[in-house]
Design a protein around this ligand. Structure first.
Ligand SMILES: O=C(O)CCC(=O)C(=O)O
Length: 294
């Protein structure tokens, strides 16, 4: 059985883990500086990834105040120009979008080397949790959920799936991207916290990678204890065998990694689950799980 390798060539990525302030212009300036820094440090960077909510505080009270239309808002134009000026792909973290329906979404845009938007993902699973003594957060107070899974075709290095933060807890998005669309990479801008981060951040990234034998990238804001929401940090890259190949600490940092197609090939050749699945005995898992969720 021949191995399908969706990653067409080696891809050099830079994950920008930075602090977010309440000042949007300052946040955008900081992103521009960090992108410049990444490109100067590694001239071969193909793809830059930013964190969830990199231009606004991560707060249900603030999303509406920072929300912008797409594509005519300031942040879209800024990211497009950064991608075109540097000739790189950018997965633009996420920022609050004001939709045509006047609802607010947590949205991630991806740009190609010319600055064109090639993907738009609205977070589909809103972060509504309540852990007594731990953390309570309810994005649905001010955000609406997107209603589609997102995969883009980069052309040069194959297909890539996008999710945002809490989306990583739902294996279905990565399964769809990897198995239906043949994506070799899942990228999740995220902002886990100091309660669920230590428990699940790395575990979930490694799980999605091993489930599908793909690369998984998670990019977080840096931790800022002066802010109400304490992001976990630890932006990371996991290879298709589940190894963490690059990881940040908690502060501001740029994480670099090369995604090497041979790692994907050897993971799939050594443990050939991609060719051993028994679709005859699990023909429609999503129908079955809908029943159990009732
Ligand atoms: O799933 C978690 O524990 C954190 C999720 C989160 O912070 C988010 O979706 O923004």
């Amino acid at each position: 059985m021949s191995i399908i390798n969706p990653l067409k060539k080696k891809l050099s990525v830079a994950l920008i883990q930075l602090k977010t302030t309440a000042n949007k212009e300052q946040n955008l300036r900081a992103v521009a500086n960090q992108i410049q820094k990444a490109i100067s440090a590694r001239s071969n960077v193909d793809l830059v990834v930013l964190p969830e909510c990199f231009n606004s505080p991560y707060s249900v009270k603030e999303f509406a105040n920072y929300a912008e239309p797409i594509p005519n808002g300031e942040t879209t134009k800024f990211l497009s120009k950064q991608a075109a000026d540097h000739g790189i792909f950018i997965v633009g973290g996420s920022f609050p979008e004001r939709g045509d329906d006047d609802k607010i979404y947590n949205t991630s845009l991806t740009f190609d080397r010319k600055g064109e938007i090639i993907a738009k993902h609205r977070k589909v699973h809103l972060f509504d949790i309540d852990i007594p003594g731990g953390i309570t957060f309810k994005e649905s107070v001010s955000l609406s959920a997107g209603n589609k899974a997102t995969v883009f075709d980069s052309g040069e290095f194959g297909k890539v799936g996008i999710g945002i933060c809490y989306d990583v807890r739902f294996p279905e998005l990565a399964i769809l991207a990897a198995r239906k669309h043949n994506a070799g990479i899942m990228i999740y801008p995220g902002a886990f916290n100091t309660v669920t981060g230590p428990l699940h951040w790395e575990l979930l990234a490694r799980s999605r990678a091993v489930d599908n034998q793909i690369f998984v990238i998670l990019c977080s804001p840096a931790r800022d204890l002066d802010f109400s929401y304490h992001a976990y940090g630890h932006s990371l890259v996991v290879d298709p065998s589940g190894n963490v190949i690059a990881e940040a600490g908690e502060g501001e940092e740029i994480v670099y990694a090369d995604l090497d197609p041979s790692l994907l090939e050897s993971a799939r050749a050594g443990i050939p689950v991609t060719t051993q699945r028994r679709y005859d005995i699990y023909p429609d898992i999503s129908e079955a799980s809908k029943v159990s969720a009732k």
